[in-house]
Design a protein around this ligand. Structure first.
Ligand SMILES: C[S@@+](CC[C@H](N)C(=O)[O-])C[C@H]1O[C@@H](n2cnc3c(N)ncnc32)[C@H](O)[C@@H]1O
Length: 277
């Protein structure tokens, strides 16, 4: 591995069998972008650029962690969400593409204030604050998440009111037009079917709910949101595609109207919005 162009082949040879070639190429390009700042087009132009010994060592370290199924975003401590760079570490969930679609949906709405429940890296709250002149609050049970989300907000120059709160046991009092949450919603019993890179590295508290109380977050947030939403306020949820009926029923039972289900680009029911009468 002497030149930039050799990195792709190095990834391909070292990581064959760890993932499919599409993902391996993707890891290589993400690494190149992180270390050299080149997008794919600039990489092609600069393919003959020499790699220093220090850079070569870094690339080898990255590849050896990928071999252990560590997500590239945790290795580089960075990810891209809604075209914005976010710092991530093992205390927060890696933001997912379907959540970008939720943000896009919310941004079509007219509102002046919002609260993001279970903010993690702050990806939803920060992307909204960056694209709309609104008042944003964000809460999370994890203090380390809040610390990281604050850094991300600072980096993007947006002002967000972050609070370290357990939504299941504590109350919130900030009046808002929109409540949004991508809460933990995967059943613990589903763990055995999940990829190692998720179960070994992503925080349990961000992902799993008890098998005997799978909708706890939706129920409690729907209930608590009624106290803080302004008139005609809206609630937005990311959901497990298999449980759209159940979450719609919870919202209906709490008196929400205009309940709308939305599919993601893969044609799966992944988002819900509803209005408070
Ligand atoms: C699925 S992650 C979503 C993170 C981020 N909003 C995103 O979309 O990438 C759920 C988040 O809820 C937080 N969380 C879990 N239990 C909570 C609770 N009882 N109160 C508040 N936040 C909680 C987790 O720490 C985690 O950051």
């Amino acid at each position: 591995m002497q030149k930039l162009g050799d990195i792709i082949l190095f990834f391909k040879n070292e990581l064959a069998g760890i993932s499919n070639s599409r993902e391996i190429f993707n890891w290589a390009y993400i690494t190149i972008n992180n270390l050299f700042g080149y997008d794919r087009a600039n990489f092609i132009i600069n393919q003959n650029q020499k790699i220093s010994l220090h850079q070569r060592k870094k690339i080898k370290r990255i590849v050896s962690q990928l071999k252990k199924n560590k997500p590239i975003q945790y290795i580089l401590e960075e990810c891209v969400f809604f075209d914005l760079k976010f710092k991530v570490n093992s205390s927060v969930l890696i933001p997912r593409p379907e959540t970008e679609e939720l943000v896009k949906w919310i941004l079509k709405d007219e509102f002046k204030s919002m609260i993001d429940i279970g903010t993690g890296s702050g990806c939803i709250a920060i992307s909204i604050a960056k694209n709309k002149n609104v008042n944003v609050h964000a809460i999370d049970i994890s203090n380390t998440s809040i610390k990281l989300a604050k850094k991300n907000a600072e980096f993007h120059g947006v002002s967000i009111n972050f609070l370290n709160i357990d939504i299941l046991t504590e109350n919130i009092s900030n009046k808002v037009d929109i409540v949004v949450s991508n809460p933990p919603y995967v059943l613990k019993k589903e763990k055995k079917h999940m990829n190692k890179n998720v179960i070994d590295y992503e925080p349990e508290i961000a992902i799993f709910v008890d098998d005997n109380n799978p909708f706890i977050f939706y129920k409690i947030i729907a209930k608590k949101a009624k106290k803080i939403l302004n008139r005609n306020g809206k609630i937005y949820f990311e959901i497990n595609e298999n449980y759209s009926e159940e979450v719609m029923k919870i919202l209906k039972d709490y008196g929400y109207v205009n309940i709308k289900l939305k599919k993601d680009i893969n044609d799966r029911d992944r988002m819900i919005k509803a209005t408070l009468k």
